[in-house]
Write a protein that binds this ligand. Structure first.
Ligand SMILES: [Zn+2]
Length: 175
């Protein structure tokens, strides 16, 4: 179903990870890449404030300022595309949240690839991921979950725990 060789999948995840590093969010950097059927890149996105909204560090540091302003990487990639993305694939550095799952479905993305969350992350945020996966399942969006080993970023560490803690709060504010 996910008709791409491992070489291409690695390449698109490299791009997604590089894109994630563009985010000015000090705690959570997420990258997304949208790929056409001919394996060219249609769009990329990372989590951040909308164009023209100042990237004040204080606004990223304080959740009450950050969450209402921030657009997730998946939505940014869709919104930044200059063409419809119906039938395209998306590569994301994290499992999408339920809100982004809805956006991905409505945009017509047919396949989504993301790294397998670590057991610790799955245990803590599994409910949110379960909703997203259920939405993808109902909508017929094919999920390609990559082994954690493919993604260096998914290795649990003190930093990633903090990142996920922050991410979970952002999810809580969305649902
Ligand atoms: Zn999201």
């Amino acid at each position: 179903m996910f008709a791409l060789s491992d070489r291409w999948i690695e390449y698109f995840f490299d791009v997604a990870q590089r894109t994630a590093r563009m985010s000015k969010d000090p705690s959570t950097q997420v990258g997304a890449v949208i790929v056409r059927p001919d394996k060219t890149i249609a769009s990329t996105g990372f989590n951040g404030f909308p164009r023209g909204v100042p990237d004040y560090y204080d606004h990223y540091e304080r959740r009450e300022h950050k969450y209402p302003r921030i657009i997730h990487a998946e939505a940014n990639a869709i919104l930044s595309s200059h063409e419809p993305v119906r039938g395209y694939k998306m590569f994301v550095t994290h499992c999408p949240c339920a809100r982004c799952a809805g956006t991905i479905i409505q945009a017509g993305i047919e396949q989504v690839a993301y790294p397998e969350p670590s057991p610790e992350v799955e245990e803590r945020w599994g409910d949110e991921f379960t909703i997203a996966r259920s939405m993808f399942g109902h909508a017929g969006v094919y999920m390609h979950r990559l082994p954690a080993a493919v993604m260096p970023m998914s290795t649990p560490s003190e930093k990633s725990v903090r990142v996920w803690d922050d991410f979970a709060c952002s999810l809580a504010s969305l649902i």
